[in-house]
Design a protein around this ligand. Structure first.
Ligand SMILES: *Cc1c(COP(=O)(O)O)cnc(C)c1O
Length: 424
């Protein structure tokens, strides 16, 4: 049986996959089993910040693999201590503590549990409520998927968001947020992505983020930021929210990460602020022994890769590179004034091209314009990621060169021109 037949027969068909079979990669290049080369402007989905087979990552992985891959969290793990210190002091730059897990959904679950426990233990609530926003994406576990305010994610699973304590509000609507806080006395947290990824690179407005923070402070609720996609340099800053409001004005209570954190090795984490709680004790110590856990989270191997990833991003100034090359891409692509692109949303190397859906639909047939166009780009040798029905996202490694950007731009332009040329 061929691999194609085995995939069909033995793997759950939950993904709509493009029919290519990548087998190896280096830097920004990926090759499939037929030897065809692709320029990787998807990076998994925002997972490969330093490119493929980066020597620092390969060395950290192989060295740690031959030293100690795994011990349980019954013991003390050196890598967790070092990585947590780096995250607190270099990434967040606000005093706090970290918990390590394996994915973005799991990191968000941790924050959601933190908020609910805060509500129960510190505010005496029976049914705490958490606010999340339209077009968000927080992951696929039960908690995270009902936090995700898109019914296509949670529909047909036999529960309603409200049953799990979620209130979904329109994103960036300050008056809706104010009015919900004035109507409910049991809100324990606001969870948002500083820059929404799956909806097509939509940033929170500075005004909305400030309002969310002040409402949370005034109502004794937690401000939780999902930085799973926008964090770790993607938006040109180690912390994604600082691409919206630089400096220390925003002091989140919790932050979740994953994706880029492990350069492709499964690694997620959340951070909790060192803040005093109303009934005594600190927020960063709220999840005490027995309250939370994971078997794999924070293994020596995962932490070694995480440390190598953060250090490489910092040492090679990849935030600076993301900012520089990202701005270059936006400037170049904006100058095309291409009829098939309506808007370009860009922060660092977090780039969304909003497509002129009606024109593309004619060529796309049944497919969503974003999926159709990403397929054409793939055939032309450029990996990208669809976001929602109408946006193609670029999420390349943060260390791409200007030359890589020029190549990607020329592929994109040629494909767009082809689609916009009427068929003979
Ligand atoms: C990808 C993503 C998640 C989920 O991460 P998984 O590792 O797939 O569980 C959560 N939040 C955001 C913003 C994401 O982009």
């Amino acid at each position: 049986m061929t691999a194609d037949e085995k995939l069909q027969r033995y793997v759950v068909p939950n993904y709509g996959r493009y029919p290519i079979w990548p087998v190896r990669a280096n830097g920004t290049e990926v090759w499939d089993r037929d030897g065809k080369r692709y320029l990787d402007f998807a990076g998994g989905v925002a997972v490969c910040p330093v490119g493929h087979a980066h020597p620092a990552i390969v060395e950290a992985l192989s060295k740690q693999a031959s030293t100690l891959i795994h011990v349980s969290n019954w013991y003390c793990i050196e890598g967790q201590a070092h990585l947590a210190e780096r995250l607190v002091n270099e990434v967040v730059e606000i005093e706090g503590k970290c918990f390590f897990c394996n994915s973005g959904a799991e990191a968000n679950e941790g924050l959601l549990k933190l908020a609910r426990r805060y509500g129960v233990q510190q505010r005496g609530l029976k049914a705490p409520k958490i606010i999340t926003f339209t077009n968000s994406f927080h992951g696929r576990t039960l908690g995270a998927m009902f936090a995700t305010a898109q019914s296509k994610i949670w529909g047909d699973f036999g529960l309603e968001p409200a049953e799990l304590g979620y209130i979904h509000l329109p994103f960036n609507d300050t008056s809706a947020l104010k009015s919900v806080f004035s109507q409910h006395s049991d809100i324990v947290a606001v969870l948002l992505e500083p820059i929404q990824g799956e909806s097509g690179v939509n940033a929170v407005t500075a005004d909305f983020l400030r309002t969310a923070q002040s409402l949370c402070r005034a109502h004794n609720a937690l401000l939780l930021l999902d930085e799973v996609q926008c964090g770790f340099g993607r938006a040109g800053h180690l912390s994604g929210w600082r691409a919206i409001i630089p400096g220390d004005e925003i002091q989140p209570d919790g932050i979740s990460w994953a994706k880029a954190m492990g350069s492709g090795y499964p690694l997620g984490a959340f951070w909790v602020r060192d803040a005093a709680m109303p009934n005594g004790g600190k927020l960063c110590d709220l999840l005490g022994p027995g309250s939370h856990g994971t078997t794999y989270g924070g293994s020596p191997l995962a932490c070694a890769v995480g440390l190598a990833t953060v250090d490489t991003i910092i040492n090679e100034d990849l935030c600076g590179n993301a900012e520089m090359v990202g701005n270059f891409i936006r400037t170049e692509a904006t100058a095309w004034k291409h009829p098939l692109i309506t808007t370009i949303r860009q922060k660092g190397l977090f780039i969304g091209f909003e497509l002129e859906a009606d024109s593309i639909k004619r060529a796309a047939g049944e497919k969503a314009p974003s999926i159709f166009l990403a397929g054409l780009l793939l055939n032309a040798g450029l990996m990208t990621v669809p976001a929602g029905p109408n946006v193609v996202r670029w999420l390349p490694p943060l260390n791409i060169s200007k030359q890589d950007a020029i190549e990607a731009l020329s592929i994109m332009r040629a494909v767009l021109d082809e689609v916009s040329t009427p068929m003979p």
